[in-house]
Design a protein around this ligand. Sequence first.
Ligand SMILES: *Cc1c(COP(=O)(O)O)cnc(C)c1O
Length: 342
Amino acid sequence: MTFYPGPSKVYPQVAHYLQEAFAEGILSVNHRSQEGMEIIQGAIEGLHQKLNIPDDYYVYFISSATEAWEIIAQSLTKQKSLHFYNGAFGEKWADYAEKLIKKIERVSFDLNELPDFQNINNFNDVVCITHNETSNGTQIKDLKPIRKAFKEAIIAVDATSSMGGIDFDYNDGDVWFASVQKCLGLPAGMAIMICSPHAIERAREINDRKFYNSLLFIHDNFQKFQTHYTPNMLSIYLLKKLMEEVDNISIIDKKLKLQANKWYDFFEHKSVKCLVKNSTVRSDTVITLEGMKEEIEQVKALTKANGITVGNGYGSWKNTTFRIANFPAIEDFEIKALMKLF
Ligand SMILES: *Cc1c(COP(=O)(O)O)cnc(C)c1O
């Protein structure tokens, strides 16, 4: 059993989809053939339906969330991106952007606080925000204040550890992305990037066409349900099959939040405590627990001895925290088993 927050437990149905993929010849399918294009189209339509993505938003498949960081810097940023973060992934995003564009601005905020958007006026370039900070288990639950504060800007949202679990109002952002190996419960090797019409307008304005993954080149290919390079067809197929079977995100979202509250209540009475004290910024999908170094070592040893993997601490919290993924692919019997150990 694994509660690692990525790569995470895959949906059990994946075993079956994999066999089907082999039997149906998906592993050798040409991505520009009719059959290939239909799989790509099916996966995109399934995402629109099950994740409630607005009809006028575009869906693309790329290799990773890291690639999305670069695409945003090279194809959507005029001069400067503004990065709000409180943890390792948001910071890494700023580091990657800084290598590609001349100017970035970093606004870091405290673990127990929300970022303050009020002080920055008339910024209309790109605003980068991590919806769910996987490294420390915080979440920005309401993204509407960002839209309100930056009416003209492109708002880019890293939703890597929450897409597939949380019911977003996609109109709150212009670019949304997630790799599939976290909350979406699929094997690693692909990411989903979702863009608003405003984002595509911005891409046209900038007209970057220098790279294999320039957004306009990706966009042109996807208009024909094709891709800008030979894609991971197996992953696209798995996504299509999964979207045919899962509940609508509004149902998954409710279940997941109930389970998150159960976890938080559960640890109120244990010696390891939630790292995030402010309950309004606690993540619904990554539960981060803090304790003495020895306690954490004990938790890891005990879980390991019982065949259960929990997530290590990340970055500066490496030795004093551990993480429990609360992703939809994880089943009740697994949660019960882990709770029993505690
Ligand atoms: C894991 C993670 C990433 C990086 O994902 P890759 O698939 O390795 O590119 C980026 N952002 C967040 C919030 C993550 O959790």
